[in-house]
Design a protein around this ligand. Structure first.
Ligand code: MIG
Length: 776
């Protein structure tokens, strides 16, 4: 039998909100985190409130007004009005203009069945849903349902669910408004956006734990993302090298083979920053060991890589092999009872690559600390990046007994509650530990499993995909959707993991890889080699060119990461962020399109299509490369040959680039190629630079410069540089696209250059730190 929440019995004001008790002994707390962020928690009275792994803020505000009417309680913040109907209890959210945003379904509201609680909510005819992070299916999740239960899903289908991670933040979009809900509950949870209810309502809930959600009332998707990442934290600056091209495979079987790949990159002039060791570098898959035969001298290997200006990332799985023969991680883990356990205290045993293994209990501080210290054996050998795999957690047979215990004393929980946060806590332990050991350098951490807030610790990739066009296109929806859940630094196995792509697909995917926050080529054991030279000379030329484009764009990309660090706005932005209320954005023909940073629109196109219909949103656009101009808010056929992915530049765009280098550690020729595309509206961009490796930027050692394009004043302004860091760019090569011809330019009032009608519209000047005004 199900139980429906009853009427309000009592309510009282609390420090930061109100507490309601219902006639059926449920406690409902509403707490104000900010004028646009209100938490609603509903549980049987006296249920203990458990700490959140995701949330880094506390309720510090309160309601501006609380009005107790006969039938309802009205709660207001500066941005929201919340109406709590008393009998039966129903909560509805309105914006400050009185427009209804979201709320309980009149007939159901919050219901429970045993320990499972569900929030049934009103659905409007025009409502769309976006978000939930790493999910398959279309951009608009209306009529679909999803489950969060972190799962190892090799070769997943393009509609398969659940996958590896749990990022339960979604936004509803209707009648020109938006709202957001973050359901912070780590039990197996479910979301149903109206398909099976004949569109009468939508609902979400979990197998256990309270209904515990944060309602976001900001009026744009951009502000929703700012608020969500304020609540759950923002990413720190990644090491610059992790934005370079990353070459992986399962596995480079020896250090010689790995170094051969590195040398070949340099020989073939393929820019590259990162090579990976997959599981075979270990001694019999024992975590925190090196294989003494095949990786006999890892320090010499990383020294060579260092000389080539490359970094090594090694994989780390959670399972610690049962091996009492001098294997320290096992012995120490056993001695201190660091492993997840059965109720009688016996450590849980599951089998993974290393054979029978135990699994660290990452929910405990001391275990995370111990885990972090173990990275010494990697870091002492020059490893700077750490790839966390299998942390759903995965064990052969998948279904780990649900009663396995984690935590201590009063904080003991079972797998039912711990599973969805396990991978995040492993990534946290990895990040915190390696950050300590790296002496002020930034670690790069990559994880497969995750929970909300993961952006504070780690990048993510989308697991074991397939070498098909469908999967390639799906990848961009998933990455865009992870960006909507606060996780901006994502990658996908370029080329597909399980099996071999066609050469055309490989070439196309590499061209898209350049526009992916993390650009990594990876493939499974048994597949053909996936490095760029493995596809014939012509294809290698195309792939090299794609990777070069990535490196040319690094100043723009790194600056965009800085914006993400400050605001939470992702690198790859579904068009639903900036063009939320344009129906075309959700049209399945165009739903894969995204903005890469603020000003570049990328249209993923299947490798089989030499031309494609694309949607360009409002404004004028230029094709990247040819500068051919397009009028926006239109659907257009464009050419999409393998050597020219459809990428468009928004009018007014300010895109700083650099010359092609072979590694991000190369400073290049000292020239910033500042590209500006003409448009009628003013625009600005913040260029950002720092040493790329340390945390000195937190202490002011950075270089940032606002760049303005002002068509009305006929002026391009480089505002005075800020921060204590000296830019690597000594000169600026300003390239103007689509400007009127025959310009006469001045620099801070002095004559600079008169341009003929035929030459490239460009001009050079020195990058002095003061204000630089170029006028035409
Ligand atoms: O059971 O380490 O998703 O990227 O190459 C497979 C071997 C284990 C799964 C990862 C994949 C990795 C592979 N791993």
């Amino acid at each position: 039998m199900s139980h429906q929440i009853g009427a309000v019995k009592t309510f009282q004001k609390t420090d930061h909100g109100v507490k309601i008790i219902t006639v059926d002994n449920k406690e409902v707390q509403l707490s104000v985190y900010s004028p646009t962020v209100v938490r609603v928690r509903m549980a049987p009275v006296n249920t203990e409130v458990s700490a959140s792994y995701a949330v880094v803020q506390e309720a510090t505000d309160g309601f501006k007004s609380i009005t107790d009417n006969k039938d309802s309680i009205i709660l207001a913040t500066d941005s929201l009005k919340i109406v709590v109907q008393k009998n039966p209890l129903r909560i509805n959210f309105f914006n400050s203009m009185g427009q209804w945003l979201d709320g309980d379904a009149p007939s159901l509201g919050i219901s429970s069945q045993g320990s499972e609680m569900t929030s049934y909510r009103k659905l409007t005819d025009d409502e769309k849903f976006i978000g939930l992070g790493e999910k398959t299916g279309p951009l608009n999740k209306r009529e679909l349902s999803y489950v969060n239960w972190n799962t190892d899903a090799p070769g997943y289908g393009i509609n398969q669910d659940p996958l590896y991670s749990t990022l339960p933040f979604f936004m509803g979009i209707h009648s020109n408004s938006v709202f957001g809900i973050f359901f912070d509950n780590s039990y197996k949870s479910f979301f149903n956006f109206g398909g099976s209810t004949d569109s009468s309502m939508y609902f979400f809930g979990a197998e256990g734990g309270p209904i515990n959600y944060y309602f976001f009332g900001a009026s744009t998707v951009t502000d929703q993302l700012k608020d969500y990442t304020w609540l759950t934290g923002r990413m720190q600056m990644p090491p610059l090298w992790s934005l370079g091209y990353q070459q992986c495979r399962y596995s480079y079987m020896s250090q010689q083979q790995l170094l051969d790949v590195a040398h070949r990159m340099r020989q073939d002039s393929i820019p590259c920053d990162v090579i990976y060791c997959d599981i075979d570098y270990m001694r019999g898959y024992r975590i925190f060991t090196w294989n003494p035969e095949t990786y006999a001298d890892p320090k010499a290997m990383t020294d060579t890589l260092k000389a080539l200006k490359m970094h090594l990332v090694t994989i780390i799985d959670p399972g610690i092999k049962i091996d009492s023969n001098g294997y320290e991680p096992y012995l120490t883990g056993m001695l201190h009872h660091y492993f997840a356990r059965y109720p009688d205290g016996q450590p849980y045993t599951g089998s993974v690559w290393a054979g029978r293994s135990h699994f660290p209990d990452f929910t405990r501080d001391e275990v995370r600390k111990w885990w972090g210290e173990n990275f010494k054996v990697l870091i002492d050998n020059g490893v700077t990046g750490f790839w966390n795999d299998m942390n759903e957690p995965s064990a052969w047979g998948q279904d780990i007994p649900p009663l396995i215990e984690f935590g201590e004393g009063n904080n003991t929980v079972t797998l039912k509650k711990a599973r969805n946060i396990y991978g995040m806590q492993m990534a946290r332990a990895t990040f915190e530990g390696t950050k300590d050991l790296l002496n002020g350098n930034r670690p790069f951490v990559l994880t497969r499993a995750a929970y909300s807030g993961i952006q504070r610790y780690s990048a993510m990739w989308t697991g074991d995909n397939n070498p098909t066009d469908d999967h390639m296109l799906l990848a961009y929806r998933m990455i865009n959707s992870m960006g909507l859940a606060g996780e901006a630094f994502d990658g996908v196995d370029v080329g597909g993991f399980l099996g071999n792509p066609s050469p055309d697909l490989m070439v196309r995917w590499m061209s898209l890889g350049a526009y992916t926050p993390m650009f990594r080529n990876h493939t499974a054991k048994g597949n053909t080699s996936h490095e760029p030279w493995a596809w014939g000379e012509e294809n290698e030329i195309l792939m090299r060119h794609s990777i070069q484009t990535r490196y040319r764009l690094l100043p723009y990309l790194y600056s965009s990461f800085y914006a993400t660090h400050l605001t939470g706005i992702p690198i790859n932005r579904t068009l639903a962020i900036d063009y939320t209320h344009n129906e075309k954005v959700y049209d399945q023909r165009f739903e894969n399109e995204f903005l890469f940073g603020p000003s570049m629109l990328v249209a993923p196109v299947a490798s089989t299509n030499n031309a494609e219909q694309i949607f360009l949103p409002d404004g004028n656009w230029y094709r990247f490369g040819s500068d051919k101009k397009y009028t926006g808010n239109s659907i257009t056929w464009v050419g999409s040959p393998l050597n020219d992915l459809p990428v468009f530049i928004k009018e007014g765009a300010i895109i700083p680039m650099q010359n092609v280098v072979q590694s991000t550690a190369d400073n290049g020729n000292g020239i910033m190629y500042l590209n500006i595309w003409y448009g009628d509206n003013a625009n600005s961009f913040t260029y950002y630079e720092d040493d790329g490796t340390t945390y000195q930027y937190e202490k002011g050692k950075y270089y940032s410069r606002g760049i303005d394009f002002n068509p009305q004043q006929k002026e391009i302004l480089l505002n005075a540089a800020q921060g204590d860091y000296v830019s690597k760019f000594r000169n600026v090569h300003l390239v103007l696209h689509g400007f009127p011809s025959g310009l006469h330019l001045t620099l801070n009032g002095e004559n600079l250059k008169t341009m003929s009608n035929t030459e490239e519209q460009s001009v050079d000047f020195s990058n002095s730190n003061g204000k630089i005004a170029v006028q035409w």
